[in-house]
Design a protein around this ligand. Structure first.
Ligand SMILES: Cc1cc2nc3c(=O)[nH]c(=O)nc-3n(C[C@H](O)[C@H](O)[C@H](O)COP(=O)(O)OP(=O)(O)OC[C@H]3O[C@@H](n4cnc5c(N)ncnc54)[C@H](O)[C@@H]3O)c2cc1C
Length: 396
């Protein structure tokens, strides 16, 4: 009976990285993946160009019930360590904005790089199209799969979260954690578009396709980013970012015109030259369709001169644009979410090694853990860093 040093469940970003690093340290590793090919989420990431890290990543870019947990591994494996690997493989990349690094050609470069790294020592075996059904521990771990049983001294759970079920996302990692006595933090879709209610914005689908720079805030967190109206509600980087900080029922405030204090501006115009219509003034600053919709909702006569509006009316219009406050109906769910917030509680896992503090030899890495990064390459950096933490502490 062959007993591997490690069986790694899930060949996504974290599982591939752990396989590469552990096998390079001399461990015999079996990587099991249910899909027919490895790294499928990497391939669709960053619009096919994989935003593989963020040079500005710090623990403050992550959300967890245990805010200290990610510090140690992120400090020991920085974005520059991953960039070194990318450079070693001559993969061209570029910075899009705000430290976000993308492949110049294709996300395929990252998957191929990781597979090459897994193969470099000859110690790793990658098996695809095999689903792990159960894990038991006696003297060693018994891993039962659709292709029979496998044995290992250590098992690394790298099964990701619930986002994008069409790529095979499932709750296997959470079930295993629970079975071995681990606490779970309630999961929810994150980095996900919001849906809106007609009561919040009547016939909002008419705005579908309108995008603009805005200031979005929720629960004391603020992002200055682009937002996009969709036929279901709101999307765009600013909305995806804030969704990580939102829970059902929470209010979101969007400043649709952050560069102007409309309250002051209306008063200034009223005093100086009120002979400008609200509509023509707003059209200078906001997309036409948005102006039309906003005035339809907020004013009886959009062609009224600013001078002819009362201070109360002007103040109310200014507030509706500078601080549009509403409660999203919900989100577009795991089908559209880039990540799953929540997951295996970090409180019973070592922040140094990612090993379970309940079952020795059992490890959790990547998105399955309750560590969720912002949009912008932070989630892959977590996958690399948490995988590295397992390998760094391994010696044959
Ligand atoms: C559309 C989209 C775009 C994204 N873009 C970016 C980006 O540009 N930058 C960024 O940082 N993050 C991005 N993310 C998030 C990022 O992809 C994830 O956070 C990251 O892939 C998590 O890695 P992981 O290895 O933990 O999990 P995953 O990549 O989800 O891998 C888990 C693997 O486990 C396998 N598995 C599950 N259960 C079993 C089982 N029982 N048996 C065998 N195998 C199993 C799954 O098939 C899967 O291959 C994006 C996500 C999405 C959905």
């Amino acid at each position: 009976m062959k007993v591997y040093d490690h069986i790694i469940v899930g060949a996504g970003a974290a599982g591939l990285m752990a396989t590469a690093l552990l096998s390079q340290k001399g461990a015999t590793v079996l990587l099991l993946e249910q899909n027919k090919s490895v790294g499928r989420k990497i391939l669709i990431s960053g619009g096919g160009k994989c935003n593989f890290t963020n040079t500005d990543a710090t623990p403050s870019n992550y959300k967890s019930s245990n805010q200290h947990f990610s510090k140690s591994s992120l400090a020991r494996y920085s974005p520059w360590d991953f960039i070194d690997l990318v450079l070693k493989h001559d993969i061209p990349y570029y910075e899009k904005k705000l430290g976000q690094l993308f492949c110049e050609k294709s996300a395929k470069d990252i998957v191929e790089m990781l597979v090459k790294e897994c193969r470099s020592s000859g110690k790793a075996t990658i098996k695809t199209g095999i689903k792990v059904n159960g894990i038991d521990k006696e003297e060693q771990f018994l891993v039962s799969t659709t292709a029979g049983d496998f044995y290992a001294h250590n098992v690394v759970i790298a099964t990701g979260g619930l986002s994008i079920p069409s790529l095979g996302a499932n709750d296997f990692g959470y079930k295993i954690a629970k079975k071995f006595g681990h606490r779970l933090i309630e999961t929810r879709p994150a980095l996900v578009p919001f849906t809106l209610d007609e009561r919040t914005l009547p016939e909002f689908a008419e705005l579908s396709g309108v995008s603009l720079e805005a200031k979005i805030s929720c629960n004391n967190t603020v992002f200055d980013e682009n937002i996009l109206f969709t036929h279901k509600g709101l999307s765009g980087p600013g909305i995806l970012q804030i969704s990580l900080h939102w829970h059902p029922g929470d209010e979101v405030t969007i400043n649709l015109l952050p560069q102007l204090n409309l309250s002051e501006e209306f008063q200034r115009l009223k005093k100086r030259n009120g002979n400008i219509t609200v509509e023509s003034f707003l059209r200078k600053h906001l997309p036409d369709r948005l102006v039309k919709k906003w005035l339809d909702i907020n004013l009886q006569d959009p062609s009224i001169y600013i001078a002819n509006l009362t201070n109360v009316e002007l103040e109310s219009l200014a507030k509706s644009l500078n601080a549009w406050t509403f409660i999203p109906k919900g989100t577009e769910g795991y089908r559209k979410a880039e990540v799953t917030a929540g997951g295996v509680s970090c409180d019973q896992v070592s922040s140094k090694t990612m090993e379970s503090q309940i079952v020795s030899g059992l490890y959790f890495i990547g998105e399955v853990l309750d560590v969720t990064g912002w949009l912008g390459g932070f989630n892959f950096q977590w996958a690399w860093a948490s995988a590295h933490a397992v390998a760094q502490n391994y010696s044959k």
